[in-house]
Design a binder for this molecule. Structure first.
Ligand SMILES: Cc1cc2nc3c(=O)[nH]c(=O)nc-3n(C[C@H](O)[C@H](O)[C@H](O)COP(=O)(O)OP(=O)(O)OC[C@H]3O[C@@H](n4cnc5c(N)ncnc54)[C@H](O)[C@@H]3O)c2cc1C
Length: 412
């Protein structure tokens, strides 16, 4: 027998933005018959409106009971509780608390790549009831976050999924060493950037690069894909940046668009800490880049990687710009983007057995408590390992949700 206590609705209505905003809870759909079974069916409904405050795993309450409280909160009793509350990225203090030493000091300033309600609160609540959290420091923060000019939640950051051509500089304007090129090695780049002592870095690129190489993560940033609009999707093949990218160029506070290096540097020093970027140094970097682009056999590993990427037809068509000189005005204007660290995925969490049952510190099954999805590290407390592949997270949510639903159904 378990129960969950919910507060009254808070600011929980929100526009969806993320990988599975419209998905049904697989834990619920795995149940043979949801009707009349309190332990799971209420979860997706209640959790979208009410905020869970506490959890009991053995309170001796009768089956299927909803108990209102005088303060407006209510408690639901059932044979099992499935926790599917997501990761921790909405609570930056919690992110800093679990920040792994191997990635250096935690950043003071980050942007939120997840809604505020993805705050890890249920981890502590479940722990208080005896559940064990494992691998809490396996977090995945991205290094290409820009502040959303049209935010949905507080401090809303959008991740750029970059192609390989932008020059990547640290906050002081030094080019990042190999292999830290755009889209190459998120955690390696994050570790390197933490050693620079600054919470941000920069891309320097051209109009030609942004048109082909900037994709933005998030459902509202990809209306063609999320709206299944084939006409809009085909427009990606045309020249010009997609509408949402152009909107960032125009309104985004992290973007600088300029017709000369001098103007670009002035903008970069305005957007970042003043005086950090030297015009002479940036001009030299750009001239060196253009020199290498002109050579048939470049010794610049990034130039070689860009040429390699274009050997693949898909990348050549929609992902990698034709190598070009950044200082040639025909390829301009020049663009600089300040990149913030963006919180996103939580790869550790509530430890479970193979039936998604939560385990205690001593490895015993905690009766009636299940966990699935990101709160359990996409299953089990770390099913994905640490170097999870991009885009494979939803699979773990679906799979562990199905297992939890089946396991919980067995308790009814
Ligand atoms: C912008 C973005 C892009 C992404 N892109 C991809 C991608 O391309 N591929 C991929 O595989 N993954 C992607 N992800 C990750 C993926 O979307 C998440 O890992 C996945 O949605 C997690 O699902 P979940 O059901 O475990 O948690 P969530 O979807 O976070 O749902 C948790 C729910 O629990 C509720 N909740 C939390 N705390 C409480 C509480 N105390 N009381 C009551 N309710 C509570 C929340 O309101 C929320 O509705 C992306 C995520 C984001 C944000």
């Amino acid at each position: 027998m378990g129960s969950a206590r919910f507060d009254r609705p808070e600011d929980y209505w929100h526009r969806s933005s993320g990988g599975c905003g419209s998905m049904k809870n697989p834990a619920a759909s795995a149940l043979p018959s949801a009707t009349g079974w309190m332990g799971c069916w209420w979860w997706p409904v209640a959790s979208s409106v009410f905020r869970e405050r506490s959890l009991n795993t053995d309170d001796g309450a009768p089956r299927h009971r909803v108990q209102p409280h005088p303060d407006g909160a209510f408690q639901i009793m059932g044979q099992a509780v499935v926790v599917t509350s997501g990761g921790i990225g909405g609570d930056h203090d919690l992110v800093r608390k679990v920040w792994p030493k191997r990635l250096g000091t935690p950043p003071e300033t980050m942007v939120s790549g997840v809604p505020a309600h993805v705050d890890g609160r249920m981890l502590a609540i479940s722990q208080a009831r005896g559940a064990r959290v494992i691998n809490p420091d396996r977090l995945w923060a991205y290094v290409e976050g820009v502040r959303n000019w049209d935010p949905i939640w507080a401090n809303h950051g959008i991740r750029i999924l970059p192609g390989p051509s932008s020059l990547w500089l640290d906050a002081s304007g030094q080019r990042l060493p190999a292999p830290f090129y755009p889209g190459f090695d998120t955690l390696g780049t994050l570790k390197h950037l933490r050693e620079t002592g600054h919470d941000y870095s920069r891309f320097v690129l051209t109009q030609k690069v942004i048109e082909k190489e900037f994709a933005l993560s998030g459902s509202e940033q990809n209306p063609d894909l999320t709206g299944k609009d084939h006409r809009l999707l085909l427009a990606r093949l045309k020249s010009g940046a997609p509408g949402p990218v152009e909107a960032f160029k125009e309104h985004g506070q992290d973007f600088v668009v300029a017709n000369s290096v001098e103007e670009l540097v002035a903008g970069m020093n305005r957007v970042g800490e003043p005086g950090m970027i030297s015009e002479d140094h940036l001009r030299e970097l750009l001239e060196t880049h253009d020199l290498e682009i002109g050579k048939k056999f470049s010794k610049d590993a990034q130039v070689t990687a860009v040429r390699g990427a274009r050997q693949y037809l898909g990348d050549r068509l929609i992902r990698t710009a034709k190598p070009h000189k950044f200082l040639d005005p025909r390829n301009g204007p020049l663009i600089a983007v300040r990149l913030n660290i963006l919180t996103r995925k939580t790869l550790g969490g509530l430890e479970t057995d193979l039936s998604a049952r939560c385990l205690t510190e001593s490895g015993q099954v905690l009766p009636g408590l299940y966990a699935a999805g990101e709160v359990s590290g996409f299953g089990g407390g770390g099913m994905m390992g640490y170097n999870a592949l991009e885009g494979t997270f939803l699979g773990g949510c679906l799979f562990s949700g199905r297992v939890a639903g089946r396991g919980a159904a067995g308790d009814v």
